[in-house]
Write a protein that binds this ligand. Structure first.
Ligand code: A2P
Length: 332
């Protein structure tokens, strides 16, 4: 199989190569693809060196699979061109997520819905993936009416420029700004752009993508998304209102038994998830699970995951694995 990694020189691209190697994809032919600016650059992958090519060259190579993490505009323009010639495109941008003709996939939740004709498959937003990994089993058992969420999001979600901004500020250097304000020693209630309704695009992604992945428009979601000067992952404070009654012990057991989710919850020994410890891991970590004492059938919890792993690269590669498992792509 021939696999194109589009956005090979970016933050997600770098993790994509790691995940591909870890999960045995190094036996396939891998194309490293970025903008024309980067053509000829060398990228280390699985003990070999890949030379970066541009999208024209990648298209001409007719890959079986293309993993896109190069921004919405690149996806809008190029994903259909690859798909038309038969390439399966898994896209990390927001370009196709809410398109009713495209599936928005977290393999553990709705991977079974993938069909051979799905040539452009959308990978959800990072903060949505870690949220729905926990919501999906809870919704199935207790029926969720409403979710109130505040995020504490890593700068890595913005890309290289943001990581550089934080480094510059820590070192007292002038440089290009990814954000409208300093991020060092700061918290910005502003992730992605503002919309006419007063929310940010990131906040509306949490609302709309969650409904689409859970396949239930009746789940109300309201969000505040905040960027903080952290690298390891996104954290989320989540309040959930259920239709049905629950026991905290049952709810914790359900979380602990969910594939891809790990319960880290023991306040007696200060055990709770933190981005520093979620970094480089594929699991979604959940802690601080406690009944909301102010309302019936409500719970508060804290969800942390590495946004570049399960929030992006790992989920993308898991979608590819699902396509292989279903026989749409060859095994070796
Ligand atoms: P390049 O390095 O050549 O600009 P990040 O968001 O972490 O900065 O990464 C963005 C990724 O998307 C990079 O690999 C970048 O390549 C790639 N990219 C951006 N614009 C384009 C484009 N027009 N065509 C192909 N790749 C692009």
């Amino acid at each position: 199989m021939k696999i194109a990694v589009v956005g090979a020189t970016g933050m997600v691209g770098a993790v994509m190569f790691k995940v591909l190697e870890e999960r045995g994809f190094d036996k396939h032919e891998i194309l490293a693809v970025a903008s024309k600016r980067s053509v000829g650059k060398k990228i280390a992958f699985a003990g070999r060196e890949l030379e970066v090519i541009d999208l024209d060259m990648a298209l001409a190579a007719k890959p079986d699979l293309a993993l896109f993490s190069a921004g919405g505009d690149t996806s809008l323009e190029w994903a259909p061109r690859f798909a038309e010639q038969g390439t399966y495109v898994v896209d990390n941008s927001s370009a196709w997520r809410m398109d009713p003709s495209k599936k928005l996939v977290v393999p553990e939740i709705n991977g079974e819905q993938l069909e051979a004709e799905d040539r452009i498959i959308a990978n959800p937003n990072c903060s949505t993936i870690q949220l729905v990994m926990v919501l999906a089993p809870l919704h199935q058992k207790y029926q969720i009416n409403r979710v109130v969420i505040s995020t504490y999001q890593s700068i890595t979600g913005t890309g290289m420029k943001a990581v550089q901004q934080l480094e510059n500020e820590k070192n007292g250097l002038e440089g290009e700004m990814a954000y409208p304000y300093p991020i060092h020693e700061n918290a910005l209630p502003h992730c992605d752009v503002f919309l006419e309704n007063g929310y940010t695009k990131e906040e509306m992604k949490l609302t709309n993508e969650t409904k689409k992945i859970l396949g239930d428009e009746k789940v109300d979601v309201t969000a505040t998304a905040v960027r903080i000067p952290v690298k390891g992952g996104h954290s989320e404070s989540v309040n959930i209102e259920f239709e049905n009654e629950f026991q905290i012990s049952d709810l914790k057991k359900l979380i602990a038994d969910t594939e891809g989710v790990r319960l880290q919850d023991n306040i007696e020994v200060n055990l709770y998830p933190m981005p520093r410890y979620a970094e480089h891991k594929d699991d979604v970590f959940v802690g601080r699970v406690r009944r909301d004492l102010s309302r019936v059938n409500c719970v508060n919890l804290w969800i942390v995951a590495d946004n570049l792993r399960k929030g992006a690269a790992t989920n993308t590669v898991q979608i590819a694995e699902k396509l292989i498992e279903k026989g749409f792509l060859p095994k070796a």
